[in-house]
Design a protein around this ligand. Sequence first.
Ligand code: BMA
Length: 814
Amino acid sequence: MPETTQIDLGGVWSLTSEGQSPDLSITIPGDVHSALQALGVIPDPYFGKNEAQVQWVAHQDWKLTRTFQLDIADLAGSWYLDLDFIDTVATIRVNGEMVLECDNCFRRYRPDVSKYLLAGDNTIDVILHSPVRAGKEVYDRQPFEIPWSKNCPIPYGNMLRKPACDFGWDWNIALAPMGLYGTVKLRKLDLARIEHVMVKQMHRPNGSVELDVAVTFFAVNPCVLPVDFDLDGEKVRIDVNVNAGETLVHQRFEIEQPRLWWPAGSGEQALYNVDVTIPGDHARRQVGIRTVELLTDKDEAGSRFAFRVNGREIFCKGANWIPADALFSRTSPEKTEALLKSAVDANMNMIRIWGGGTYEQDWFYDACDRLGLMVWQDFMFACNLYPSLPDYLDNVAIEVDYQVRRLSHHASIVVWCGDNELVGALSWYECSKKDRDRYLVSYDRLNRTIEVAAMKANSDVLWWPSSPSCGYLNFGDAWHADGSGDMHFWSVWHENESFDHYRTVKPRFCSEFGFQSYTSNLLVDGFSDRKDQNIASPVMEVHQKNVGGNERIAGTMFRYFRFPKDFPNFVYLSQIQQGLAIKTAVEYWRSLKPHCMGTIIWQLNDTWPVASWASLDYGGNWKAMHYQARRFFEPVNIFAIPSGDGSAIDIAIVNDRVTLTEVTAEFFTVSMDGRRTPLTSARGTCRPDASSTLISIPADSIPEGSLLAWFFTASDGSSGRGHHVTGTYKQLELEPSGLSARTTRRADGSHEIALSSKALALFVMIEASIEGRFSDNVLDLTAGESQTITFVPADSAAEAEFTIRDLYSCQTAE
Ligand code: BMA
């Protein structure tokens, strides 16, 4: 019989809790809420107003138990539990003996359990303590008041090292879930185990690269350990004298002419595999060769904020990433990778892993490496005041050390950032407003702990203290000051400013800005009954977590549009409006290149079906804005930017290519019956990686009641079109567009939709009754134009029905 070297403890465990039936069970890896839902103990938390009904779950302790067998022959030697994602405060016993008490879901735990194991049947139980009660205990021990975020209806989340958004957020359901995720194994330590593998790159002026593979082994007894290294087939074997405890070993590889890793859109994503093998253990690290610098040189406006990869400055286009789901059991690597792929498909090259969520699992970053998605990695602190007692900081330091060692080899990770909005939070709470000194010092203790631990783990990583931040030890207002550092520009959404207000700032790098919309009709149908499909119904209010969010959406519509005729059209128009807001910002800020070098939209994805700032629906379907984002993030495009005094419309060329680009454009005025009248044409160039002005069109050359429209082609082969309305859309006396659509189903299950229009059709959006992706959407058609769109359903066997909306039909009862 082969020797047992590991037992996967995944699978079905029994689940008990006070006052609950004794026959519950949970599938591990997984979370308690999903287990209870599968058993019918709780309803689907995401449906209707069910969130309130499931709140009791987080107020109880839950005990998970299972048995496993060990042969007497396997018993000898050293065994440990391998747990890398325990959510969160837990006590673990093996055969009744306590082997671990833990309180940080961002740390890995590997307790030795050898002396508790028995031949034959063994029992392991895990008590997951109520995060609310556990958080309160920490809260009560603090020497001064530390309130939790106003975003969180469930209290004390900031006391625990657990995703901040688990306790509710201005887009998240509040569940405070518990569970065992990631690796859940019992493993035998042969001679040693691999604790960490870090790979550093030294780039030489001649272009060659030295890779330093630093492996930390852990052994119980000193030994001579045979270690095999393999860099894409280049093999090295060494014998290492390993001590009891940890031993660090370096192995160097030379790569004479490395193939470089580039962000998406800038080159290929070349990757190398580094394998480390010892008896009984193996680790693989996927490595991309690249240099990265964060440029913060001083200039007239303040100081720059730009990433330079392989010597080339890259304009960062992307969105903020929040956890893939509010409940772990509903996630899968495939679903998550599809979301990341959608980012790249919309011409994004960066995601920011926001600090109120989680450090993602290894496969997530492997996917980002493959896709060319640069990752801005926050440490997991957001919008709260946090403890700074030594025990808390010690816990944080261990977490930071582990995460940096685990992840810093990834080519995709370009910067590590101390936190999300903790500087701002100092002025959001009564206590910290009254005594900023105390809370600022407390904050700096935490921030300093993170910085020191990160640098100690890997001095090569790029560090940025906080997002947003005007700069090192600068605690200024990076929500409004635009001269230096990264900016979170929220004035349009949170302060109710107009869309034009995006043009009043010139960020160096905008790492957050967003505008909400309702989630698509398809999802609304999934979480509500017809009777609740009203913009102000309590069910819709449960599915809107930002106080006043639904009013903001509706109020903005009053400002720019005529009010939609019914609920489904309200959903549609909310998405068009969202796209318009963000387009206004991105187009202007891209035109400021290289003054501005990044626009990271808040936010890419949703954790459940909710009205939010996301461009993807929960589940991954593209909302209107994601189709628009693909266009406003094109590497070469032209944008209409009204001049400050309103006398002209400046047409900017933006070029993210390494080559000079020539653009030819035709401009028209379009009257409300959809007729196009040629206005002017222009030809111009834009230097590599720059922006320039193609032409300035006098505003008075566009007759009242007409809008400006254009087509362009560029020397890189790209082309596009667009329109610009001076004033608001509600002022347009739109006429029936006479839109028609002919749909045919192809043999492969996809659908072809041939659209044609008799008059002007703005923001034409096709909605499907099933999940899937359109080849394009949110289109404009003028009189006599037609366009053919393909729809690829997620399930090729499913029948689809299509609804077609445009601006006229959405706001006019027939
Ligand atoms: C930013 C984020 C999140 C929040 C979003 C919308 O400040 O950091 O905390 O969800 O705004 O309000």
